[in-house]
Design a protein around this ligand. Structure first.
Ligand code: PLP
Length: 391
């Protein structure tokens, strides 16, 4: 199989599995226990925290382990709203992942004022519109770092500067950015950042929330006081260890994202643009993640392409994989004002550091073949010849 769906999830790095195994077998202590088993688990969690902090260039005390990107983003937004009841506005974008978008909609249902900023056809925000939207009622601005469907990057440091000037909190969903591009939180004005291990070759169901030192925070999950009373519940030790190892490995191979992954993605796009007519590369004119290619082919149904590609051993995604099973048009491409025909024929290919040159060759062969086949099938088998009746 050729796995080109790394934005949906990544395979586990073998080094991550190896690091986790002892904590699934003999090292089963509860990190809150005072005995040696407990201390062993506590030490492993502390090491993982240091490794995640190193990847993000922040202090380990600023990292809170969670169950993943969704929980981290929910926690940041909830905290901001709880902190100052006078501030009832959230500012976000229309292209956020459902982890943020649906959460904001839920708050809207509870009477919050949610501003959804739109994007232009290249997937970019209007920063003047963002600045104008911030007012005395704004509790938090939540804008993603990198889009999961198109890979388009938002200028998060410029956004942080606007938020700093206006005195409002900023959360960024960096689930797709972490491990694919350098992040330097020490120098940044970002208050909260969400990340998820399974997007950078770690296990599923574990993530973290970065909370900048000094930022007010009220936890969403309250109980036994773990994670310095910021996220209760006995720690998922093996997964946290796996996340720490994944962070370390991602830091070591970050350069490969530019030297290996980006050239692979760019060669793929060049080949498709050469061999297929009527294709657009969504977000191509914007700054993008090095690994993501979102293509729209006219006159095909993405779901059918997905099935044919799967039969040829190629895994990709129609729109966002997190919405798989849904045939709704992508809210991201919709916001970018793609015409109906292009919306229906959109596929996302996301490369990763475990893809090989052979994977690329096979994809370059298969994708044009599948598109041609579907276009032929969509033409009527017996084209209607205008018939003129002569009496
Ligand atoms: N945010 C983005 C941008 C994502 O791509 C995803 C996963 O697809 C999530 C959040 C959700 O993360 P998790 O699966 O860890 O809850």
């Amino acid at each position: 199989m050729i796995y080109l769906d790394n934005n949906a999830t990544t395979p586990l790095d073998p080094a991550v599995v190896e690091a986790m195994l002892p904590f699934l077998t003999e090292s089963y202590g509860n990190p809150s226990s005072g005995h040696r088993f407990g201390r062993e688990a506590r030490y492993a969690i502390d090491l993982a925290r240091k490794r995640v902090a190193a990847l993000l260039d922040c202090d380990p005390s600023e990292i809170v382990f969670t169950s993943g990107g969704t929980e981290s983003s929910n926690a940041a937004i909830n905290s901001a709203l709880q902190f100052d009841p006078a501030r009832r506005q959230i500012i976000t974008s229309v292209v956020e992942h459902s982890a943020v978008r649906r959460h904001c909609q839920a708050w809207q249902g509870q009477g919050c004022n949610v501003t959804f900023l739109g994007v232009d056809p290249d997937g970019n925000l209007d920063l003047d519109e963002l600045e104008d939207a911030i007012g005395p009622e704004t509790a938090i601005v939540s804008i993603m770092s990198a889009n999961n469907e198109t890979g388009v990057l938002f200028p998060i440091e410029r956004i942080a500067e606007i938020c700093r000037t206006k005195g409002v909190l900023l959360h960024t969903d960096a689930v797709q950015a972490v491990g694919k591009m350098p992040i330097h939180l020490r120098k940044s004005g970002i208050h909260f950042l969400s990340l998820s291990a399974h997007k950078f070759y770690g296990p599923k169901g574990v993530g973290a929330l970065y909370i900048k030192k000094g930022t007010p925070f009220r936890p969403s999950i309250i109980g036994g006081g773990q994670e310095n009373s910021q996220r209760a519940g006995t720690e998922n030790v093996a997964s946290i260890v796996g996340m720490g190892k994944a962070a370390e490995r991602s830091g070591e191979s970050l350069a490969e994202e530019e030297t290996k992954v980006r050239p692979m993605r760019d060669s793929f796009e060049r080949a498709i643009a050469r061999d297929v007519t009527d294709v657009t590369i969504n977000g191509q004119r914007s700054a993008r993640l090095p690994n993501t290619s979102n293509l729209s082919f006219s006159s095909i149904e993405a779901q059918s392409a997905l099935i044919l590609l799967d039969q040829l051993g190629i895994c990709c995604s129609a729109g966002s994989a997190c919405r798989s099973g849904s045939t709704d048009a992508s809210h991201v491409l919709n916001a970018m004002q793609l015409p109906e025909d292009r919306l229906r024929g959109s596929l996302r290919f996301s490369f990763g550091r475990f893809n090989s040159d052979q994977d690329l060759t096979k994809a370059i062969e298969s994708v044009p073949a599948v598109v041609k086949k579907l276009r032929q099938l969509s033409k009527p088998a017996h084209p209607k010849i205008p018939v003129t009746l002569h009496h």
